[in-house]
Design a protein around this ligand. Structure first.
Ligand SMILES: [Zn+2]
Ligand SMILES: [Zn+2]
Length: 204
């Protein structure tokens, strides 16, 4: 291979992929990348999923169960093992409100849910580590499924009652890795109130 993979050890390979040195066409690179994505979630990559579309792969969970899962779901973690039920839907989660101070702009807030809001903020949302941001409040929710349902309900309410406070993606795209769910900071007290009354929401 042009990237010389036969001679490289696994850790070097991973580093090269992380550094973006290898071409996208290199099958060894692609395989190692998908393997490490799966391993990070307790799954192993077995190969293609011939009965599903090209976005799917066959994986084996640490419980032994084999399942076809879309690669994007493996990356985001939003799926469950059909055998043991372990996954985002059954794991404890948090609904959070964050405030971001984008350079040269009025502050904005984000409402969302995550198993780990701090890590979501630092490693996923912020495009630059020096971007000013803080978690204003987060509320523990028993499961990811419940968090998703409650969060959707809250966004629907905000969209209905405060359409003028939704921020256009092009405003925050240079600073935040997110495509929606960003509001102007005047909704901060509204969202914090919603979080306080969250336990009163009906079960989804
Ligand atoms: Zn390569
Ligand atoms: Zn399992």
């Amino acid at each position: 291979a042009p990237c010389g993979h036969k001679l490289r050890r696994q850790f070097e390979l991973i580093k090269r992929i992380a550094d973006g040195e290898c071409s996208h066409r290199c099958e060894i690179c692609q395989n190692a990348k998908e393997q490490s994505e799966a391993e990070a979630r307790g799954w192993g990559l077995l190969g293609a999923a011939p009965t599903r579309d090209v976005n799917y792969r066959t994986y084996r969970h640490s419980c032994g169960h084999e399942q076809m899962i879309a690669r994007s779901n493996m990356q985001s973690g939003r799926f469950n093992c059909e055998a043991c039920g372990q996954g985002w839907a059954s794991a404890p989660s948090y609904i959070y409100c964050m405030r971001f101070t984008l350079p040269g702009q009025a502050p904005v807030v984000k409402l969302g849910f995550s198993r780990n809001p701090q890590s979501r903020l630092n490693y996923q949302l912020k495009r630059r580590p020096d971007l000013q941001a803080e978690i204003l409040h987060s509320v523990a929710v028993p499961t990811g499924h419940k968090a998703l349902c409650a969060e959707k309900q809250m966004h629907a309410t905000l969209k209905r009652d405060h359409p003028g406070s939704m921020i256009a993606p092009e405003i925050y795209a240079p600073w935040l890795r997110v495509r929606s769910e960003i509001y102007s900071a005047d909704l901060e007290p509204v969202i914090l109130d919603m979080l306080d009354t969250l336990p009163l929401l009906p079960d989804a």
